[in-house]
Structure formats: C-alpha cells, structure tokens
Design a protein. Structure first.
Length: 394
C-alpha cells in the first residue's frame, strides 16, 4: 500500500483478507501516520519511501496518494517490475496516459485503475439492460459528479496538501473525470472521440480556485462537457465542486436509447421504454448504508463522506457477490459496494496474468476525455479530438 491515508485504510483489510494475498505491507512519508496504520492493521513490514518499496520483493503496489502523483508513481513501479493498482485518476496528462499504456505493453504487467462507479448499482442495472438489448441503439448519456467542496473536501485537501493545500485543492474538476465518464462508457463500451467544454469561474471567497494560487493555474470550479461518442451518440459530463446539493447520490447516470431509457435524480431512478411507462427501480440499486465509523477498526471519515466510504451492497449486487471470497463477508465495503469487487478484480488479475476489466486501456478511455475537456474549457468550448488508446488486447 503506497499511501496510508483514509482511503487506503478502506482497502487494507480487504487485501489482508483475500486468500490469494500472502502479505500486505505499507509505505507513507509521514512516520506518525505509518506507525498508526501499522499498529491498527497489524502490518509488520513498512517502508519509509517509494524507493524502498520498489527495491523490495513485493509483487504489486496499490497507490493511494494525491491524485496528480498517481501516474509518476505507477510508471516507476511498472519499470521496477511491479503490478499496479491505482486510485483514480490514472493520470492528469495525455502524455502520461500514453506512457502507461506503453509501459504495460512493454512489461506485460497488470495495471488496474480502481474506478468505483463501474460497480455502482445503477451502472450494473444499466449494463444488464444494455446486454439484453433493451436500450436499443445508444443516443445520449449523462454522467455527473456533484460534490461541493464543503462536503468533506476541505479536510481531504488539507490532509493531502499540507500548508500549501489551497494550491492543490484547485485541481480542475475535469482532471478528475472518471466517475462520471465511466458511468456512460462502461455501459456502452464506446469511447469519446471529441469534446467541447465550458468552465464556470469560481466566485467563492475561500481563496481556493484562484489562478494565481492554483498549482494548475485553474479558476474553474465547475465544468460541463458535451462529447461525441464512437458509436454516433452524444454524452454530457458534469464535474461540479460548487453546487447547491446535499445528500442522495453524488455520482449520477442517465442513458437514452432508441428502445429504452434510464433516468436518475438524487434520490430516484426510473426505467422506461417506448412501449411502457417509466417505473422506479430505486429499490434495486439503492445500497445499504453502513455508518460504523465509531468502531476502532473502521476508517474515521467525515460525516459528509460516509456515504462514499462506508456504503455496502444493493439488491442488484447479489448475483455478482457469489464470486467474492467468503472471507470478505465480514469485511468492510464502500463506494456503493465497489471496494470488495475492485480488490478481488486486481488480486485475481495479478495471480492469473489476465487483464482486469478496468485495465490500462479502459483507464485511458475514462481519463482522456476529461483532460481534453479541460483544455477545451480554457479555449471557451473549442471542439477538440480525444485520442484513441486502442482496445484491450484479446
């Protein structure tokens, strides 16, 4: 585990409980944090820095560091012969996405990005409808991530950015696009070919989204992109960090096909077709809320983030749970039931040598539209092409 922060602690017990994992070790630059995590999770081997990790005999690393550091760490790890699991995003530049793809091609190692939305109940429901042909041809999709800064993000960036946290808290929303982009593309299997994006210049007085302060030269706190997809459809992606909404789902999906449609709001989800009125399917995709963070072994998270960190399965997950290790039944979960699936996917991929679902090619497909969209917003909506990184090898 590279990084011992709050998110990492959600996955440590899962890797420890997996029957195909022999040992979990941990690395963090903060000695106090490292000592705390080692004691809590009974970790016997720790590392002071990444160099020590890469020189060791560990077979794989899981990256849980600041989002703009993921790609550089992953590239070093692949070069050192380590399999890589990375929290999102995979990268914040097109160049690094190309380098990641080439590194996996060259080394034959496993790279997986832990995109949680791929296992959300709404995505699984829509994928089942898609596979059954009930959507017909894809027409239009909406993916959105609505997360106001005041809902737990201030403390997240303060912990990760230190004294200069405001410079990094201003990360452009479209450089963190994978929750919303994957919602659409992981259902249809298409990719985005071009994008036009507009940004909303921040008006808050907290001094975060100021171009002169931002490490990224960014003053957009909200961005909206319109995309063309490779199957001839259209998609709108919203990444908002200043928005008057609280509670309900922050990551949302709506899809329209020629035969069927799925529409979602903060607290309801509707399925309809050309031949039938819409009906609510919320009871199929809603997760059981697990707010057990008062227990010592649970990660301590802000109340606003508990829905993300500590939510478990929905009814739609039931058939997919059968392939999970039995040892997971007593383990924590999070991000709408996704943590256990993501952990199992990566471990099985490393052991089998087969590419996981969210491999480096899929990761690039989910990341690239946002990176290009941010550049488009800097040009006031200019249409720009999204590069094609190719498909997962057969």
């Amino acid at each position: 585990m590279v990084g011992a922060g709050h998110f990492s602690r959600c996955f440590i017990p899962l890797f420890q409980a997996h029957p195909l994992v022999q040992e979990v070790s941990c690395c963090d630059l903060d000695e106090a944090t490292m000592a705390e995590v080692a004691q809590r999770f009974r970790i016997t081997r720790t590392f002071r820095n990444l160099d020590e990790v890469l020189q060791s005999d560990v077979e794989a690393i899981a990256i849980f560091t600041q989002r703009w550091t993921h790609a550089p760490i992953a590239l070093r790890a692949l070069a050192a012969g380590k399999h890589v699991y990375s929290a999102v995003p995979a990268a914040t530049s097109i160049e690094d996405l190309h380098l990641l793809v080439e590194a996996v091609k060259k080394t034959g190692l496993i790279y997986m990005m832990g995109e949680t939305s791929c296992y959300y109940g709404n995505r699984l429901f829509c994928r089942e409808k898609w596979d059954a042909g009930e959507f017909g041809h894809f027409v239009y999709g909406e993916g959105a991530y609505y997360h106001d800064m005041s809902h737990g993000f201030y403390s997240v960036f303060q912990r990760g950015g230190g004294a200069n946290w405001k410079a990094t808290a201003s990360v452009p929303p479209m450089l963190y696009p994978t929750h919303s982009v994957a919602m659409v593309l992981s259902v249809t299997g298409a990719r985005m070919t071009s994008v036009s994006c507009l940004g909303w210049k921040d008006r808050s007085d907290d001094g975060i989204f100021l171009r002169e302060v931002s490490q990224f030269g960014n003053d957009f706190s909200n961005q909206t992109a319109l995309c063309r997809t490779s199957d001839g459809g259209m998609a709108r992606i919203n990444e908002f960090r200043r928005c008057g909404t609280k509670g309900g789902r922050s990551v949302r999906l709506s899809l329209f096909g020629t035969e069927g449609s799925y529409e979602e709001s903060a607290r309801d989800a509707m399925w309809g077709s050309r031949m039938a009125d819409p009906v609510s399917v919320e009871d199929q995709i809603k997760c059981v809320d697990v707010y057990a963070s008062d227990k010592e072994e649970e990660p301590k998270v802000e109340r606003e983030l508990r829905r993300d960190f500590l939510t478990s399965f929905a009814p739609v997950h039931q058939k997919y749970r059968e392939r999970l290790p039995g040892s997971f039944r007593t383990q924590p979960n999070g991000h709408e039931g996704s943590h256990q699936f993501l952990t199992d996917d990566f471990v099985r991929a490393v052991v089998s040598g087969r590419q996981p679902f969210i491999n480096v090619w899929e990761s690039a497909k989910y990341n690239a539209p946002g990176i290009i969209a941010h550049e488009s917003s800097r040009r006031e909506g200019e249409w720009l092409a999204v590069p094609d990184f190719g498909a997962t090898p057969a």
